[in-house]
Design a protein around this ligand. Structure first.
Ligand code: NAI
Length: 357
């Protein structure tokens, strides 16, 4: 365990056990150079404790990079609860005990880590965590609700920047954009794209979602198995991770990839493969940061009201950060994914930077 390569990069890793509720969790704080760590709490049926550790370490590190690039005064952290969330929900008393025990563990970190929702946890779960600690974000305290529309807006702004850089266009009128995945974010992205005059090609495993967008925006229904290879100007992966691999990159026809899905590159080397092919890839964790930005605003708000306009203005900055990263990648002859990592690292590893208390 302690030889784990990511382990050494972390500031704090806490293993949590509560016998009464059966809670088994890991809280990982990667870096708090820029501020307290904010990151989701994932509830998952991990095959082994080692798999859970690998996941939480990788995810918390990712949050440091994401918040740094988003220009937030936050570090990176994440927590995972090991177990079967569905079985737990059948026992409300145990669920309450479990999330409250997690809350006490978060409280013991004294603000080093703030928990938010993630795969397998809900607002209601986080409210239980919040009974034991005030270090929870994104719960129903504010007016934000679902962060997906904000994520969608950020992806839209990042996509615009990619089109500007690669195709030299400041508008999207008539541009063909293929969207893979029409969930919370994919649908929101389609609304922005349609409003900007883009032509949509959409695919989802759920045929009703496709039909709804065909009806609403005159979108073209694409083949889910071949949507990434669609004949278009931009491909927007908004479903699963690891979709950019040797095969899909070889089949790509679009000059731009910009979408919401987390961890789109199957392996880091695929960023370089895209560059060699002449495809401009908008780094996923840069363009999908709208959700974390809005959660940060909601968590940090001073007055009773969430400042939506300020949060939106902050999300807008994704556009210019994307342009900065594209220019740097070109100048240095490196992949955009690598240029994004370097910019993030410069921000959180600045020598002499003030460490958060
Ligand atoms: P969602 O679960 O609401 O939607 C995902 C959609 O993708 C579903 O409609 C599903 O049927 C479809 N799908 C799954 N596999 C597919 C396939 N092989 N081909 C075509 N469609 C497929 O998820 P959501 O919230 O829209 O998130 C989408 C992506 O964006 C995820 O990777 C998520 O991690 C990422 N993301 C979401 C954020 C948010 O605020 N919701 C924030 C940052 C990242």
């Amino acid at each position: 365990v302690f030889a784990h390569p990511e382990f050494d990069n972390h500031e704090r890793v806490v293993f949590v056990r509560d016998a009464e509720s059966g809670l088994k969790a890991i809280v990982a704080v990667h870096d708090t150079s820029l501020g307290p760590a904010l990151g989701g709490c994932r509830f998952w049926t991990y095959a082994s404790d080692d798999e859970a550790l690998t996941d939480v370490l990788r995810l918390s590190r990712g949050m440091t990079y994401k918040s740094a690039l988003a220009g937030l005064p936050l570090g990176g952290g994440k927590s995972v609860v090991i177990g079967d969330a569905r079985a737990l929900r059948a026992e409300p008393a145990r669920a309450e005990a479990l999330f409250r025990a997690l809350g006490r563990a978060v409280e013991q970190l004294g603000g080093l880590y703030t928990a938010a929702e993630d795969v397998g946890t809900s607002v209601a779960d986080l409210e239980l965590v919040g009974r034991e600690t005030r270090h929870v974000a994104g719960v129903a305290r504010g007016q934000v609700g679902d962060p997906s529309p904000y994520t969608a807006y950020g992806v839209f702004r990042g996509l615009q920047a990619a089109v500007r850089h690669k195709l030299g266009r400041s508008d999207l009128e008539g541009l063909r954009v293929a969207v893979q995945g029409l969930g919370h974010v994919g649908q929101g992205l389609c609304e922005h794209l349609a409003e900007a005059g883009a032509k949509l090609i959409v695919a989802d495993l759920d045929g009703e979602r496709v039909a709804a967008l065909v009806e609403r925006f005159g979108a073209e229904a694409g083949d889910p198995a071949a949507i990434l290879a669609a004949d278009c100007d931009v491909v927007a992966p908004c479903a699963l991770g690891a979709v950019l691999n040797d095969d899909s990159i070889a089949a790509l026809r679009a000059p731009v990839v910009a979408g919401a899905a987390n961890n789109q590159l199957a392996e880091p080397r695929h960023g370089e493969l895209l560059r060699r092919k002449g495809v401009l890839y908008a780094p996923d964790y840069l363009v999908n940061a709208g959700g974390i930005i809005v959660i940060a605003y909601e968590a940090g708000r001073r007055g009773p009201r969430f400042e939506r306009a300020q949060a939106m203005a902050h999300i807008d900055r994704i556009h210019d950060t994307a342009l900065e990263i594209f220019a740097r990648a070109e100048r240095e002859g490196i992949a955009t994914s690598l240029a994004a990592d370097r910019l993030a690292e410069e921000r959180f590893r600045r020598p002499g930077r003030a460490r958060a208390a």
